[in-house]
Each structure stands twice: as structure tokens, then as C-alpha cells.
Design a protein around this ligand. Structure first.
Ligand code: NOJ
Length: 735
């Protein structure tokens, strides 16, 4: 066993050393009183968007007193300029404010929700999308986004599964890097780059029973092998800030957790940026039963390594007293203040506090035609074709279609949750409008049929009539946008309301017509019934401002679908948690006899999901062949090259996401049955073949075995496929 050096120790003290701002931060801090330093660690909401419980605060008064360092939920040049003016012109030292906002999947031009973005497996496109979001947000005065959310999520009941990159460590880590690079760009002092924030540190996605904010308890192997790596990936590409999670981790709430913030984030990973709490999370240490009162909570948080207090008022009210009573070392406040000032210097705010407040730029940047076009392309790239019997898709421009369902003409839900400053009142393009680009109105027979929720079936008859008049039926259904996102967990993951009944009614009325189900939803749904009713299913998540165009491009074949699931779709709620890289157990079911007694299975449903991780069809077909390895055995300093030939054997040109999986057969702790270790998105014309190669180094096989990071010699299986649903046929040894 090789014990590897993943835990490099770095200096703990935040330091502006090595940056051009060192001396500047130091001389500014020499002028600051303790209260002014504490002020930098305080953040309040301007209330323009509501992203947490209402907390009243006298913002303007506090800003003028130098008691606030940052604001959230404020945007626009006019709005931010006014608040910035108070900080710069009416305080003793004129230290500029930092404006943070939840720019999660777009600012005004809204891209598909993040789970959908992950389904593109397209790192370049994700980076480009977050670059566009940064362009727009920065033009409206925003310096900092509370994104990306890099929480691994394996429970579709959890509403915030919509906001992350799904269930996989490798995919999630690559996507985390793409977001950070997109937001922060290559130079933070440019007026179009913003600070990114890796959140929520850590384990938030593992909330018990998928209930938001619920308890998290897991082994340190799972924490380090699954939940920490996307955060480490964000640090590796220079993410400037971190946000604490609301949950506890193994009994210690994240916001008071020294182990994760001081030992792991600062000491092991060498993170130099600053840490903000989640909304009122310091005060919540009291409800957690971890702090006696808010003052005690304040002490615990700063000692755990938290720099800025979002909305608790805790630092403002108690830090000074805690210092005077000798309970908190003033050095901790200096450290926090220094880190926050450094970020402000990096953004160039001391040179020009209004550099993000340019009216002309604001006018030019927001909803730029090229941004809307990029969002359209991304919406197409994120759509996942789950099923397509008898070539129900693509649609033909000569056919008449019945367009049915509560989301067919919707322009509000289509933006999804966390739609930042996106316009839900009409700016978005509905699927109906998208389809109008391809079909004249006389070929579209529309009927809403039913609402998303509720029992009303009075629209069924009209929907049936529409279906009878058409050649094919397109049903646009799903969830309301606010059925996912924060505090939006569900115990039922079926289509809500009477939507499934409507599909059944249409199926009965037109048994021989193709039914195409177009879905918008923020989580994996239980689609077992729909799978038996619809000929084709296209998962579009919530596709954003230009979503209707992008979805129509896929429906009519202008874009050949290439999305792959970043998360498993179960057959039924009872299978949760279900994800592709589970462990084998001591009693796995034999593939040829899944009903054998005393095995790890259910007596009522198979162990397999309805749609596996990595699954996604195309209008064409791809064949994988001739897998070759550069050797049967590699040493600790070698690299293995694995290559495969992928051929487009169908009738359309198209993209394919080629996925590399391994299985570490024996370990000092058990290893998952499959692990994604690489992917490449390629384009193949019909009939074309390409050789696709991956390099794998021993470092890629590393894991944490509860004592150390190790790379263990032994046998590994390997495969390169277009889905996670396959049996291994090849292997190699690590010596
Ligand atoms: C609470 C959410 O958990 C967090 O993700 C968000 O950034 C903050 N509110 C600020 O809106």
C-alpha cells in the first residue's frame, strides 16, 4: 500500500503574503478599530430577493457606522451604487461593501437548472454559461456569487438536488472547477469577474430522509471519498470563498465545526479565501443544541474558522464583548477581517468602489442576444432522451401535433428554482413558442388538460379531442418550480396532481398514436408508470429563459440529444438511496437468478433503477468496440492508456459522452462496484468512427481508507461505455 500525500499541510494564518495587496491590507488594518474590523465580518440582506427568514436590520444605519462589510440580495447599478456610496463616503475609513447574490444558473438570462447543466457533461459549456452569468451579474453591481453548490446529492426527495451536479464524485468535481473558472475568470480585478463560493461545506446533500437541513451522519471514508472532493476541486482552481452548511456533520453543526474548516479546509487544503456562514447559521447553533445562546454560538463559529456572518447579527452583537471577556482572541477577528479585505482588494474595489456600477454596461450586458442564444443551445444540450420507441422522435414538420399539458405554454416555471433576477413574468420562451418556430399554428392543437397540482380533471375532454385531431401527442408536464430548491423536499417523487391520469386518458383515447412526454422537474422522478404509457420521454429539467427554443430544437432534430443523466432515476421511492456506485455487499444478487433467497434485494422490485446514471439516448446509435489497454499491469509511476473505438451506426450526426469506469476489486476498505474516472464528449458524423483514449494514473485510483489516503496495488476492472449500465469485461493490475 502506498500512503499518498493528499493531506499537505499549509500555513494556517490567512495572509495577503505573495499578493500585491499585503502591505495595503496591513496598513488599512492598522487604522481600524476593533468594531470596524468586526464590521467587515457582518453581512445583511437588502431584501430585494428573499432567500431566507425575514430578519429586520437597519441596513443604512449600520452601513454608515461601518458595522457592515457585505450585503446580499441587492442588485442593479442604481441600488448598489447608493449603498456603496454610504459605505465609501459616509464612513470613517470608506471601506467599500461587497455585494453577494445567488447567481446559481444565470443572473437574468437563465440557463437550465444546475442538475440539467450537469446532464450536458459539457465542461466548456458550463464554464461559458457561468462566464455569461458573471458578465450579467457584474454589470448589475454584483461582486460575488453564492455558487457553485457542489454538494453531492443522492436523494431525490431533497429539493436542492436540483441545484447541484448530481450523484457522482468525479463528474461533480469536474463541474465544480468549470463553474469556478467561469465565474472568477482569469483576473478578479476585471469588472466582469466575480468571486465564486463553494457551498455548502459540507455534507448538506446527505440530509437524512432527504429532508432539508436534516441531520448528517456518515463515516469519514464516505465524507472524504464522496462529499469532500468537489470542494477540494474548487480549492484547486482557486475558489475565493466557501459557505458553511446548515446541517450538522457527525454531531457537530458545520458552522461550528473546527474539523472541517480549520483542519481540512485551511490546514490540509491550504485554502486562503474567506468563509461565510449560510443564512442565520450562527444563531442556529442554539437550535441545534450545540450552543447555549447566541453569544456562545458566536464564539464557537469564529473559533471554528468562520469569517463572515450572514444574517445572524451575531458578530455585530457579541464579538467585541467576547474579546473583552477574553473568550475570543482578537487575532481571530484580525484573520477574518484580513481575508475579507483581501477579497475586496482583489476585486479592485479599493481602486474604484463603483467599478461594477456602470449604467452603460448594465444596459448592454443584460439579456444580450448572444447570451439568449447560448442559453438556447445549452437547453438543447442538457435535454436527456430517456426513451424513444419506434422513433417517436424527432418530430416531422409535416405532422400535426397535439400540444398538451400544464407546462406547454408556461413561462414562469420554466426558469426553475433559484432563478436569480430572471423574469418570471414573460421574458422566457415557452415550449409552445419554441414549437411555433417549426410548425405553423394550424398544425398545433393546444389543450392544457390539467394543472400541475390539484384534482381538477375538467380539461381532460378537450385534451382528448386535441389528441384525436393530431398525428402525434406532445405532453409537457412536471413539477412547479418551487417544488424543488431550498426547503422544498418531497416524500412523493411522482408527477404531481392528475398529470399521470391525463396521460392514461390520452393513451386510452389514441392507443396507436405516439405520445411524447416532455418533462420539466427539479429532481429525478418516479416515472415507472409514465415509462409504460409514453413512447418517448425527453427530460428537459427546467430549461431556462430560452428553454422553449432549445427544447423544440431537440424535438425537431435540429439538435440531436446528447444529454446523459448525472443522477439515477429510481423505479420507486422505496429504492432510495440508489446510485450507480454502490457497494457490492456480502450477498449480492446473482445476475442470472435475481430472486435467489437470502440475497441483498427487494422482494417486490428489482435492485436496478428505471434509468441509470450516465444513460441518455440519441437519435442515432453508437457502437463501442475494440477496447485496448496499454498494458495488463502498471507500476506506481506508470500511466495506463485505455482506448476504444466509437462508431456512429445510425442515421444522424451526433454527440456522444464516452465514459470511463473502473472497479477496484479488493481494498483495505470496500470499494464501489463502479467508479467514473473520466469522460469525453465527442461528435461523430453518421458512419464515422473515432478512437477515444483516456489516461489513468495510480493517483486516480486513490481513496481514503479511514486512516490515510492510499493507492493500493491489485486488480481493477475497466470499461469505456456510453452509460453506467454494463458488465465489465476487461481488467488490469496495479503493482
Ligand atoms: C440560504 C441558502 O442555503 C444558500 O445556498 C444561499 O446562498 C443563502 N440562503 C443566501 O441566499
Amino acid at each position: 500500500m502506498l500512503v499518498s500525500a493528499s493531506c499537505t499541510t499549509n500555513n494556517k494564518a490567512p495572509s495577503s503574503e505573495g499578493t500585491p495587496y499585503n502591505a495595503k491590507v496591513d496598513s488599512l488594518m492598522n487604522l481600524m478599530t476593533l468594531q470596524e474590523k468586526i464590521g467587515q465580518t457582518v453581512m445583511y440582506s437588502g431584501g430585494w430577493s428573499v432567500t431566507g427568514p425575514t430578519v429586520s436590520s437597519n441596513n443604512k444605519k449600520f452601513i454608515k457606522e461601518g458595522a457592515v462589510g457585505a450585503m446580499l440580495n441587492v442588485y442593479s447599478v442604481k441600488g448598489t451604487r447608493e449603498l456603496q456610496r454610504l459605505a465609501v463616503e459616509e464612513t470613517r475609513l470608506g471601506i467599500p461593501l461587497l455585494f453577494g447574490y445567488d447567481v446559481i444558473h444565470g443572473f437574468k438570462t437563465i440557463f437550465p437548472i444546475n442538475l440539467g447543466l450537469a446532464a450536458s457533461w459539457d465542461l466548456e459549456d458550463i464554464e461559458k454559461g457561468s462566464r455569461i452569468a458573471a458578465e450579467e451579474a457584474s454589470a448589475e453591481g454584483i461582486h460575488w456569487t453564492f455558487a457553485p453548490m457542489v454538494d453531492i446529492a443522492r436523494d431525490p426527495r431533497w429539493g436542492r438536488i436540483s441545484e447541484g451536479a448530481g450523484e457522482d464524485v468525479y463528474l461533480g468535481s469536474e463541474i465544480a472547477k468549470a463553474y469556478v473558472k467561469g465565474f472568477q475568470g482569469d483576473d478578479l480585478s476585471k469588472h466582469n469577474t466575480i468571486l465564486a463560493c463553494a457551498k455548502h461545506f459540507v455534507g448538506y446533500g446527505a440530509a437524512q430522509a432527504g429532508r432539508d437541513y436534516h441531520t448528517v451522519n456518515m463515516g469519514y471514508d464516505e465524507l472524504r471519498n464522496v462529499y469532500l472532493p468537489p470542494f477540494k476541486a474548487a480549492v484547486d482552481v482557486g475558489v475565493e470563498t466557501f459557505m458553511t452548511a446548515f446541517n450538522e456533520v457527525n454531531g457537530v453543526p458545520a458552522t461550528g465545526n473546527k474539523f472541517i474548516f480549520r483542519d481540512v479546509l485551511r490546514d490540509e487544503w491550504g485554502f486562503k479565501g474567506f468563509v461565510v456562514t449560510d443564512y442565520t447559521a450562527i444563531n442556529e447553533l442554539v437550535e441545534h443544541g450545540f450552543a447555549e445562546d447566541e453569544k456562545h454560538a458566536t464564539e464557537l463559529a469564529i473559533k471554528a474558522g468562520i469569517d463572515q456572518d450572514m444574517m445572524s447579527s451575531a458578530n455585530r452583537l457579541y464579538l467585541e464583548a467576547l474579546v473583552n471577556e477574553g473568550k475570543v482572541d482578537v487575532k481571530l477577528i484580525d484573520d477574518a477581517c484580513r481575508r475579507i479585505l483581501l477579497a475586496k482588494y482583489k476585486l479592485g474595489l479599493f481602486e474604484d468602489p463603483y467599478r461594477y456600477c456602470d449604467e452603460q454596461r448594465e444596459k448592454e450586458m443584460v439579456y444580450k442576444p448572444e447570451f439568449l442564444e447560448a442559453a438556447r443551445q445549452t437547453a438543447a444540450m442538457c435535454s436527456v432522451l430517456l426513451k424513444n420507441e419506434d422513433k417517436a422522435l424527432p418530430l416531422d414538420k409535416n405532422e400535426t401535433i397535439a400540444l398538451i399539458g400544464p407546462l406547454a405554454r408556461d413561462k414562469e416555471n420554466i426558469l426553475g428554482n433559484w432563478a436569480a433576477a430572471g423574469d418570471r413574468k414573460g421574458r422566457a420562451i415557452s415550449v409552445y413558442q419554441g414549437i411555433q418556430e417549426y410548425l405553423s399554428d394550424s398544425k398545433i392543437v393546444f389543450a392544457k388538460g390539467c394543472n400541475i397540482e390539484g384534482e381538477d380533471q375538467s380539461g381532460f375532454d378537450q385534451a382528448i379531442k386535441a389528441a384525436r385531431k393530431a398525428d402525434k401527442v406532445v405532453m409537457v408536464m412536471g413539477e412547479d418550480y418551487d417544488m424543488s430548491g431550498e426547503a422544498a423536499s418531497r416524500t412523493n417523487i411522482k408527477l404531481p396532481g392528475r398529470q399521470t391520469d391525463l396521460i392514461k386518458a390520452i393513451r386510452k383515447a389514441v392507443p396507436n398514436k405516439a405520445i411524447i412526454l416532455v418533462l420539466m422537474n427539479g429532481r429525478p422522478l418516479d416515472l415507472s408508470e409514465e415509462d409504460t404509457l409514453a413512447d418517448a420521454i425527453l427530460e428537459t429539467w427546467f430549461p431556462g429563459t430560452s428553454g422553449g427554443y432549445g427544447v423544440a430544437d431537440v424535438l425537431f432534430g435540429a439538435y440531436n440529444p446528447s444529454g446523459k443523466l448525472p443522477v439515477t432515476f429510481p423505479r420507486t421511492l422505496g429504492q432510495i438511496p440508489i446510485y450507480y456506485n454502490m457497494k457490492n455487499t456480502g450477498r449480492p444478487i446473482p445476475p442470472d437468478d435475481p430472486k435467489e433467497d437470502y440475497k441483498s434485494n427487494y422482494i417486490d422490485v428489482p435492485n436496478t433503477p428505471l434509468y441509470p446514471f450516465g444513460h441518455g439516448l440519441s437519435y442515432t446509435t453508437f457502437e463501442y468496440g475494440n477496447l485496448e489497454l496499454s498494458g495488463e499491469t502498471i507500476g506506481m509511476s506508470d500511466t495506463l492508456t485505455a482506448s476504444v473505438t466509437v462508431t456512429n451506426t445510425g442515421d444522424y450526426d451526433g454527440h456522444e459522452v464516452v465514459q470511463l469506469y473502473i472497479h477496484d476489486k479488493v481494498g483495505s476498505i470496500t470499494r464501489p462496484v463502479k467508479e467514473l474516472k473520466g469522460f469525453k464528449k465527442i461528435f461523430l458524423e453518421k458512419g464515422q468512427s473515432k478512437r477515444v483514449s483516456f489516461e489513468l494514473s495510480p493517483k486516480d485510483l486513490e481513496f481514503y481508507n479511514n486512516e490515510a489516503f492510499v493507492i493500493e496495488p491489485g486488480a481493477f476492472e475497466i470499461a469505456i461505455k456510453g452509460t453506467s449500465d454494463f458488465d465489465f469485461e476487461h481488467s488490469f493490475n496495479l503493482e
